[in-house]
Design a protein around this ligand. Structure first.
Ligand code: HEM
Length: 476
């Protein structure tokens, strides 16, 4: 009897208890989910998954490193590379969010080796209002009007001058580097190619080699060499800056980036020579390897895809025929190269010179169902989106014709986005187009030997793409 009477009460108690436990569990699970980092694997202690990443990127097909993790964990996952736990995004929307929230939720974060070599006053390391101001100053020096009215002329002249000396077997990558270095020096300092520019370039190449080393001079001879080369580069640039300041005081005016930096002295900020030199160093770094590698890879992709090369040749021969004896390209010529722009886009998409950008979370950031904890390193992989089958059909095939159809621009960010979007994007496009024009209309070429693409430490071909060139009028 007692048992019978107690039964409903015990049932009620049990039910209430289960409800409380269920609710408690749900709240804790929700809270846990709210603070859950993206899933993934951090690999071995200290080393993490760095070796897997490097060995994948040393092959022609590094995609499996990302593909396997995306398949297992989704497009935002955690890994551990280059000594740090890193949240990796292979998702277009997340990448855009990260880049657009620069300075609010995320800030740029370069590896120590790069930061030491570009210098503390470099644009790449600047933050806040100074960064905004200097970024827009850089943009103003590579915008449409400046390119149209000044830079196109220099680009065209310097490309032709370099091509004049081409004969027989050349290393295309080396030649392209020489061209882009000369272009950048002209744009920054109004200096024409000479022995001084070539010596500076050689020092520069040593500096860049140091970017991908452990930043400890004692352990790494390459890094030690890079530090010494940086010293020589900055000394040479200091001399130029000092000389130009003196000339400016005597009323000599120039129309280049250095003059724009001097002129900003007139506003509220004054730059000392150290700051100006670091700024110049970072611009040389940013424009040099990127544009020259894209030039080389465009030629490689075209060589491997004869139908694309044939269509491109037709486009440029039409321009040549229209121009008659006038050799230099003008703005209208550049604007009548629609298929060239398809080739440039496709090269940028497929080769991804800057495979992604590193950022650091400034606070806990909620992304999708996860929280990226404050202080976490984040890698927004542009490459993963460009080569993702969801973003582009047959994503791993060179197909310039795809750009003749309507594509979602959100999936294509070779120049990054947000406040740090590449200020040299238009300049790079013009340099690439002018280079392709003169190459195609003046030369035939064939690969001198087998060469293949690798992606570590930078995107390049293993043998610097040796080709044999022949003047077209000789062939005809
Ligand atoms: C094919 C050629 C190029 C590619 C693919 C490229 C790509 C990029 C990307 C992805 C970024 C964003 C980095 C980030 O968000 O942290 C960037 C930044 C930058 N680029 Fe380029 N770039 C190219 C050519 C150039 C050229 C020719 C210049 C010379 C003016 C240049 C100057 C810069 C500078 C100064 C930055 C840093 C901007 C900042 O931090 O505010 N780039 N570039």
């Amino acid at each position: 009897m007692i048992t019978m009477e107690l039964f409903p009460l015990s049932l009620l108690l049990t039910l209430s208890l289960s409800t409380i436990i269920f609710l408690l569990f749900r709240t804790t699970a929700a809270a846990r989910r709210k603070l859950r980092s993206p899933p993934g694997s951090t690999g071995l202690p200290l080393i993490g998954e760095t070796f897997q990443l490097i060995s994948a990127y040393k092959t022609e097909n590094p995609e499996p490193f990302i593909d396997a993790r995306v398949a297992k964990y989704g497009t935002v996952f955690t890994t551990h590379v280059f000594g740090e736990r890193t949240v990796f995004s292979a998702d277009a929307e997340t990448n855009r969010f990260i880049l657009q929230n620069e300075g609010r939720l995320f800030e740029s974060s370069y590896p120590g080796s790069i930061a030491n070599l570009v210098g503390k006053h470099s644009l790449l390391l600047m933050r806040g209002s100074l960064h905004r101001r200097m970024h827009s100053l850089t943009m103003s020096f590579a915008n449409f009007t400046i390119i149209k009215d000044h830079l196109l002329l220099d680009i065209d002249r310097l490309v032709r001058l370099n091509l004049d000396s081409w004969t027989g077997r050349i290393l295309l990558m080396e030649e392209a580097k020489k061209i882009t270095f000369e272009l950048t020096l002209k744009q920054l300092l109004s200096i024409d190619p000479c022995e001084w520019t070539e010596n500076l370039r050689k020092e520069y190449m040593l500096v860049i080699e140091g970017f991908f080393c452990i930043p400890l001079p004692f352990f790494s001879p390459t890094y030690r060499r890079a530090i010494q080369a940086r010293k020589r580069v900055t000394e040479a640039l200091h001399l130029v800056v000092r000389e130009r300041r003196e000339k400016r005081e005597r009323g000599v005016k120039r129309n280049d980036m250095l003059a724009a930096l001097f002129d900003s002295d007139c506003d509220d900020v004054t730059f000392c020579d150290d700051e100006i030199v670091d700024f110049l160093v970072s611009l040389l770094v940013a424009g040099y390897d990127t544009t020259s590698t894209t030039m080389t890879l465009a030629v490689k992709f075209l060589t491997d895809t004869p139908s694309a090369l044939a269509q491109l040749t037709e486009e440029h021969e039409e321009i040549r025929a229209r121009k008659g004896t006038s050799v230099a390209l003008e703005w209208d010529d550049y604007k009548s190269m629609p298929f060239t722009q398809c080739v440039v886009n496709e090269t940028l998409r497929l080769s991804n010179i800057i495979s992604g950008v590193f950022r650091r979370a400034m606070t806990d950031v909620k992304i999708k169902d996860y929280t990226i904890p404050e202080g976490s390193k984040v890698f927004a992989s542009l490459r993963a989106v460009h080569l993702g089958q969801d973003s582009f059909q047959d994503a791993r095939v060179f197909d310039p014709w795809r750009w003749q159809k309507t594509l979602d621009p959100a999936n294509f960010m070779p120049f990054g986005g947000g406040p740090r979007r590449c200020p040299g994007h238009e300049l790079a496009r013009v340099a690439l187009s002018v280079f392709l024009h003169h190459l195609i209309t003046r030369f035939c070429w064939k690969p001198a030997e087998e060469d293949k693409l690798v992606f570590f430490p930078t995107t390049r071909t293993q043998k610097r793409y040796p080709i044999i060139v022949q003047h077209r009028n000789v062939v005809e």
